[in-house]
Ligand binder design. Structure first.
Ligand SMILES: [Zn+2]
Length: 329
């Protein structure tokens, strides 16, 4: 026993003896307030040069882990990787964190979240609207939306739960090859059963607003200081973005990795969601190499909130070094 704890024990014994002898004990504050039972708001803000970035969380999908989740790894190896990250081994946490970039003259959303309509599959998703409000951002003030790819957790938030446009004044910009793939009826008819839902969902989101949708070819500057990067593989037109202001740069890799403790540490692993597994792995390596070489602050849509960090190389892959929360911008 340390000297400190012995003294505490002796003091405690003396107090107990005093109480037993009928002396008044000092008043001690107790936790009379009820427990909150709720998480705080999920938004986080930081600067990239003169630009202000707000990460807005849309909850987490706890997907049941089965042998199909990583196509080219054995289930026990995947479970070992989860265990090494202090995560459960029966589900994979897949958080959703979108970005808003305020350039000073424009407010730009990169991806839009689940629209609150995936709660059947992911009951702990759909927190975007509340978190956006907590961040003090009115959806009416968003000028432009840029989409990385057409999976439901990225495009559904274009519309509110009522089917109307959630960002009524924003231009809607999507990667041309993504539109070409998902909106093609031939591709839909040839797609496997498991992909039918995503094809139908893309039509639900885009059919009645098709005239408003602008398509861009990845590889160009889409807004001042915001570059689109062809990052195909996860889906045929999957697109990453980099943000540049002053001498600072920031990389948004969208779904080039899913949960980082699996796919940053093991970049050759192919997730069930990767349409072209080999190409997705090549793209993942290309983006993570760039993040490591340029020491860029990097954001993954499915990384732990606030979903930004730095990438270092390891013997077998990469490591995510999460960004530290900062009380100031
Ligand atoms: Zn996703």
């Amino acid at each position: 026993m340390t000297e400190l704890s012995r003294r505490h024990l002796l003091a405690g014994t003396a107090l107990a003896a005093a109480g037993a002898a009928g002396f008044a004990l000092p008043q001690v504050a107790t936790a009379a307030a009820p427990q909150s039972g709720q998480q705080g708001p999920g938004f986080y803000r930081f600067k990239v040069g003169d630009y202000e970035v707000t990460a807005v969380n849309d909850g987490t999908w706890y997907r049941k882990l089965d042998a199909s989740f990583v196509r080219n790894a054995e289930l026990p190896d995947v479970q070992k990787a989860l265990e090494a990250a202090f995560l459960p081994t029966d589900v994979v946490p897949i958080p959703f964190t979108t970005l808003l970039i305020n350039t000073g003259s424009k407010l730009v959303a990169l991806d839009t979240g689940t629209g609150g309509v995936l709660t059947g599959m992911a009951p702990q998703s759909g927190t975007y609207a509340a978190n956006l409000a907590a961040a003090g951002i009115d959806p009416k003030t968003v000028d432009a939306i840029y989409i990385s790819h057409f999976h439901p957790d990225h495009i559904n938030g274009i519309k509110g739960k009522d089917g109307g446009l959630f960002f009524p004044n924003a231009s809607i910009n999507v990667p041309e090859p993504e539109w070409a793939f998902w909106m093609d009826d031939g591709n839909m008819s040839r797609a496997p059963e498991a992909a039918q839902g995503s094809f139908k969902n893309a039509r639900r989101v885009f059919d009645d607003i098709a005239g408003k949708v602008q398509r861009f070819a990845p590889g160009k500057e889409v807004e001042p200081g915001i570059m689109s990067i062809a990052a195909h593989g996860h889906t045929p037109g999957h697109t990453a973005f980099s943000v540049h202001s002053g001498n600072k740069s920031f990389l948004y890799i969208a779904d080039a990795t899913n949960n980082p403790w699996l796919f940053v540490r093991n970049p050759t692993w192919q997730a069930i969601f990767d349409a072209d597994g080999n190409k997705a792995a090549e793209t993942r390596k290309m983006l993570l190499d760039r993040a490591a070489a340029d020491k860029m602050l990097t954001h993954g849509y499915h990384w732990p909130f606030p979903a930004s960090g730095y990438i270092t190389r390891t013997a077998s892959g990469y490591e995510l070094v999460p960004k530290m929360w900062s009380p100031t911008l």
